[in-house]
Design a protein around this ligand. Structure first.
Ligand code: CMC
Length: 428
């Protein structure tokens, strides 16, 4: 294979180098295109064909259903690692040894107190506020309470910001949930593991001792690992592009949380459960909803189905489907919604519309069923996704800063009016 791509415009030829990744993915490097052609740019709405960066964090092959963080397979990580080890690997490049992991956890715990004044902000939100809006605001507000985390450039300053947000973000997630439930806001217990502490902060009742349930700890650990990174998706690209203006880590993450909220992205996990509930309420008629999803005049989509990159299967969905069976069995829960979900999947896998468009269940299709079995309210599902995605966002932001990437600033093709005469207000 040649390492040059040639573009011909109006009879003039331009050569561009091909660049190859470590897994042999190929890209045409068009950095010089606009200069060489005196103004021609590319256009690619939704960036379906555009690589925004070179990255050493996550590899995925959508045709083969492969997902790896830092070279480790998602199957191995979900089975053998815990969330904090995965977070460390994503951010710093390799799985930690015992000493590195202990130090990382100690530093996170030392930074897990949120200024008590933040509670006043939490109190100012109405109870009906969606937790994602609350979380995005609170994450941004943290910049005001931690000014030293705003302008960071050295690796040491970055590390301090990283452990701060890893310590404080779970507190904010727990507070967003407890506020809705009218429960007192709590700080958890620093003697616990990272995930155990999250569960305690979320579920501890003020008048009862909190008893850890190992099934829940394992289930949450796995879910967080499966959500921890997914290369240049919508929210991650948002974090990188906001960070590229040298906005601080917390401000960049706040923007990422907003991007994740949308139902085409992380918000799909809430939308899936609401859809499955609606199907159940409607008598379990999955065929009716399949027909709606295929009807081009109906805006309804089968939530939790389809993926921009996976065109064969989503490896995370496979792991989560098995986990859903196990967790529900372990907890002794029979949820009719799980049967509806499995029925819908079977129908879609045998339906020409879905097969032709390569639409398979994605990570969000079964995750909500596990969250619900764990006692997490539906409106909190996307916040749980954010909790899992946090290390991925951090790793991508840090990589972007360390690689000294330029500010993100796409071009456009203007299709508006040409120059026209200004008319005074009385002549319009
Ligand atoms: N139900 C019915 N039809 C669908 C669906 C669906 N869920 N997803 C895609 N299609 C159809 C779409 O109408 C289009 O048909 P046609 O070619 O006839 O116009 C074709 O499949 C290709 O769809 P697309 O919208 O061009 O594909 P995309 O890569 O732009 O969108 C997606 C990917 C994930 C946004 C989309 O599949 C979708 O909206 N899925 C439902 C929402 C969802 O589950 N999102 C979670 C994604 S995974 C986790 C995450 O990213 O956070």
């Amino acid at each position: 294979m040649s390492d040059i791509a040639t573009l011909e415009v109006n009879g003039q030829k331009y050569d561009f180098p091909l660049i190859k990744g470590t897994e042999n993915e190929v890209a045409i490097d068009i950095k010089t295109l606009r200069g060489a052609t005196e103004g021609i740019v590319t256009i690619d709405p939704g960036y379906k064909n555009t690589g925004s960066c070179e990255s050493g964090i996550t590899f995925l092959d959508g045709e083969k259903g492969i997902l790896r963080y830092r070279g480790y397979s998602i199957e191995d990580l979900a089975e053998k690692a815990d969330f904090l080890e995965v977070a460390y690997a994503l951010i710093f490049g390799d799985l930690p040894n015992k000493e590195q992991l202990d130090k990382f956890h100690t530093d996170i715990k030392a930074n897990s107190i949120v200024d008590d004044d933040v509670k006043k902000i939490v109190d100012a939100f109405p109870k009906a506020a969606h937790p994602m809006g609350v979380l995005s605001s609170l994450t941004s507000a943290l910049t005001a309470f931690n000014p030293s985390s705003v302008d960071v450039s050295s690796e040491e300053e970055m590390y301090n910001s990283v452990v701060k947000i890893l310590g404080k973000f779970p507190v904010l997630v727990a507070w967003a949930m407890r506020k809705k439930q009218g429960l007192p806001l709590d700080y958890g217990d620093s003697s616990l593991g990272y995930v155990e502490n999250i569960l305690k902060m979320m579920f501890k009742q003020p008048n009862e001792e909190y008893v850890q349930n190992e099934i829940l700890v394992d289930a949450l650990d796995k879910l967080l690992i499966l959500h921890a990174d997914h290369e240049q998706n919508c929210s991650t690209s948002t974090v990188r592009i906001v960070g590229s203006s040298h906005a601080g880590l917390f401000a960049s993450l706040s923007a990422g949380i907003s991007a994740l909220w949308g139902p085409l992205h992380g918000g799909a996990n809430q939308a899936v459960l609401e859809m499955l509930e609606a199907i159940k309420e409607d008598g379990g008629d999955t065929k009716k909803y399949m027909a709606k999803a295929k009807d081009k005049n109906d805006p309804f989509r089968l939530m939790g189905f389809g993926h921009r990159v996976y065109k064969n299967f989503d490896p995370r969905a496979r792991i989560i489907k098995t986990a859903a069976d196990e967790v529900l069995a372990d907890l002794g829960i029979e949820d009719p919604i799980l049967d509806i979900a499995k029925g819908l999947e079977q129908e879609a896998l045998n339906d020409e519309y879905f097969v032709k468009r390569k639409l398979y269940p994605n990570v969000d299709f079964y995750s909500g069923i596990i969250y619900r079995a764990m006692g997490i309210p539906v409106e909190m599902f996307t916040a749980m996704f954010a909790l899992g995605r946090l290390p991925g966002w951090i790793a991508q932001w840090r990589e972007m800063r360390l690689r000294k990437e330029p500010i993100g600033r796409p071009r456009q093709i203007y299709i508006g009016k040409n120059l026209r005469e200004f008319t005074g207000i009385n002549e319009r």
